[in-house]
Design a protein. Structure first.
Length: 177
């Protein structure tokens, strides 16, 4: 028993001898400007701001309806609200193109907000020449080409109806996870 106690004391002495002689350095004050600069470089700050804006917007199937892209392949058409498909702000707010029906794209200098009724979001607006356009989105697994999105899209121009898909423009070219 005495031997065990003596060994414990010897071990404690050895631990103290191995401890560093320098005191633990004091923490430095937080430089918020430096942290903001690092976040800006990484894109995390912009992503956080985008997420905060998105939280205030209407959603359908988890998708921000004021930052959306809808599209069809045959024939080719696109509808954008908010940001372009690379995530940069779209200076036009809302734009629509249909290669088969329209001689020129429709650009609106405002964001068209949808009317959300249950599981349906409807964007209805007039183009510069008075034509009425309607884009309707409903939840559902949609595949168009190599893209897979959580929303089914329908574009109505006059009596012509086009079908396609819709989703977050930041995920559009990478498939839906």
């Amino acid at each position: 028993m005495r031997i065990a106690a003596l060994m414990a004391i010897a071990l404690l002495g050895a631990c103290r001898a191995a401890a560093p002689s320098d005191p633990v350095p004091k923490t430095q004050p937080v430089n918020h400007a430096e942290i903001d600069a690092m976040l800006a470089k990484s894109g995390a700050k912009e992503e956080a701001e985008r997420a905060a804006r998105s939280a205030r917007n209407p959603h359908l199937a988890g998708i921000d309806l004021l930052n959306i892209q809808a599209f069809g392949i045959d024939p080719t058409w696109e509808f954008h609200v908010g940001n372009d498909n690379d995530g940069t702000p779209n200076s036009n707010g809302t734009w629509l193109s249909d290669d088969a029906l329209m001689a020129e794209d429709v650009y609106l200098k405002m964001v068209v907000e949808p009317v959300v009724r249950g599981d349906r979001a409807i964007y209805r607006f007039k183009g510069p020449k008075g034509a009425v356009f309607q884009v309707t989105l409903t939840p559902g697994d949609c595949r168009e080409g190599s893209d897979r999105t959580p929303l089914i899209a329908e574009l109505k121009i006059g009596s012509t109806i086009r079908r396609g898909c819709a989703g977050d423009p930041m995920k559009m070219n990478y498939g839906w996870d």
